[in-house]
Design a protein around this ligand. Structure first.
Ligand SMILES: [Zn+2]
Length: 149
């Protein structure tokens, strides 16, 4: 009397890992044509799934893409020079702000109390410093990215 055929799960286990199946399944596969064909079909399917075929073009794809890219300008500027120029610009701006405030403070803030004026001044200087530093940090980061490529 012939044993019943193997289940799909048993055949898949056999197709995937030959060493982990029991002797019973191994013997059945050897003797039964139908189960052996199923196992071979599964093995073919699994190997196909494991190795996806890379697309092959009859032209050099990388060369074609690079040809269409806009030419990159080489950045030769010294990052220390740009740091000094940005810092100098910020200092000149702050200096001009103070010069203006100390020369024409009365016309600007006529009618404002001294506490309002000091709050306004502190907030302005604080925000300016924060924005200046933020801009500087962002600029430095962009420079680093450009220099790496
Ligand atoms: Zn069978």
């Amino acid at each position: 009397m012939k044993a019943p055929h193997l289940s799909d799960e048993e055949i898949q286990t056999y197709a995937l890992r030959l060493d982990t199946v029991s002797e019973e399944i191994h013997t059945h596969i050897q003797e039964c044509e139908l189960c052996r064909q199923k196992a071979q079909a599964y093995q073919l399917l699994f190997t196909t799934l494991e190795k996806p075929v890379a697309p092959v073009f009859d032209f050099d794809l990388a060369a074609e893409v690079i040809q269409q890219l806009p030419p990159t300008e080489t950045i030769t500027s010294d990052s220390r020079f740009t740091s000094y120029s940005v810092g100098g610009g910020v200092l000149v701006g702050i200096g001009m702000l103070f010069f203006y405030f100390f020369n024409y403070p009365i016309y600007l803030f006529e009618g404002l109390s001294s506490i309002t004026l000091s709050i306004l001044l502190t907030a302005t200087v604080g925000i300016s410093l924060f924005l200046g530093y933020d801009l500087y940090a962002k600029y430095q980061k962009q420079l680093k990215v450009l220099n790496l490529s």
